[in-house]
Design a protein around this ligand. Structure first.
Ligand code: TXA
Ligand code: MG
Length: 325
């Protein structure tokens, strides 16, 4: 009972900060967000400022109901209705035509807006209590690893009020998909895959193409994102057996232009892609904190397709070097 009271007090405090135009660290099921009220221009400016994020990279707006999502757009295609019912609350962000009432800064001047309903009780409680949607990019400095724990947010932004919602259960950012009447384009892969989206659309009797299009349409989707503190080396295992480690290490050090006796630490992931996604950023940070000369990760041939695509997308963007053996 008293624990519920404590949680209610923390949610009220979070809402107080947001109403004053201040930012908070908001837990979601994917990664923590750096949240500000969508109707406070000062707060939105502050998000870009403290994240050191360029203004051309638009933010995701978080809602607590489908009605709220509809209030942000000028078109709500049947596919948006279907996907919202199938996947919300959850890690799917839909890009839709933006209502003119939205601060253009949130959408970097684009005529579209990215919207999702997070599947985290604290995030939903805060948005419901606010009564208005909340803009939130991932709560990391631009280009750095996204935070999956409250302490990761506090480390990047020591003065921020952070609502602690525990370890983010998904662990990597949402799937971003542009949704129109005639097509779905996946702009950023996530644990909700092309296959799952297609299956759900069919179940709702909607037969439109679902295509992958990780292009500049998702402007934040740049190379050299998610960078850990140490160089990360992605090693593709293409032959049946791995070569001797001494040889691999020599090649890595040559490519990184570091001493051949440098010490690397391996980033190990679970064989289960859902667990691998949850662990990815936590393990990256913990290895980085141990300050090895480099971090390396093996991509095995069987770990491909589906959710693995979303994981390797993050690893590729975080890596400074890729090798094949
Ligand atoms: O899981 C998530 O999505 C997390 C949590 C906090 O919700 N948020 C997140 O936000 O990852 P952020 O800002 O780090 O990534 C948002 C992505 C960027 O790649 C951005 O370019 C894209 O969404 N995006 C936002 N608005 C867009 C738009 N109107 N058109 C195309 N892409 C858009
Ligand atoms: Mg981000």
């Amino acid at each position: 009972m008293s624990q519920d009271k404590d949680i209610n007090n923390l949610v009220s405090l979070a809402v107080e900060h947001l109403r004053k135009g201040e930012l908070i660290g908001l837990p979601t099921e994917t990664v923590y967000g750096l949240a500000g009220a969508i109707d406070k221009n000062q707060a939105i400016k502050q998000i870009f400022a403290i994240k050191e994020r360029p203004f051309f990279d638009p933010l995701i707006v978080h809602v607590a109901s489908i009605a709220q999502a509809k209030s942000l757009v000028t078109n709500w295609p049947p596919a948006a209705e279907a996907l919202a019912h199938s996947f919300w609350p959850g890690p799917l962000t839909m890009v839709l035509p933006r209502a003119s009432s939205i601060d253009p800064l949130i959408c970097s001047g684009l005529n579209t807006i990215a919207i999702r309903m997070p599947n985290h009780p604290l995030a939903l409680a805060v948005i419901e209590k606010m009564g208005t949607p909340i803009a939130a990019p991932s709560a990391n400095k631009f280009g750095k690893t996204s935070p999956s724990r409250a302490e990761d947010v506090r480390k990047a932004f020591p003065h921020l009020f952070v609502l602690d919602g525990g370890l983010a259960q998904i662990g990597i950012e949402s799937t971003v998909a542009s949704v129109t009447d005639s097509q779905i384009s996946i702009l950023r892969p996530g644990i909700i895959t092309e296959h799952e989206i297609t299956k759900e659309l069919h179940r709702h009797g909607i037969n439109i193409p679902v295509v992958k299009s990780e292009s500049s349409a998702s402007p934040g989707h740049l190379k050299h994102h998610y960078m850990p503190e140490m160089p990360l080396v992605l090693i593709d295992q293409i032959s049946a057996q791995r070569p001797k480690w001494n040889f691999v290490q020599e090649q890595i050090c040559m490519r990184l232009k570091i001493s051949p006796v440098s010490l690397g630490r391996e980033l190990l992931l679970s064989k289960d892609p859902l667990l691998a996604a949850r662990e990815l950023y936590v393990n990256m940070r913990e290895l980085g904190d141990a300050k090895p000369d480099f971090i390396y990760i093996w991509r095995e041939p069987e770990n491909r397709g589906g959710i693995w695509d979303a994981i390797w997308d993050r690893v590729e963007k975080a890596s400074s070097v890729q090798l094949k053996f």
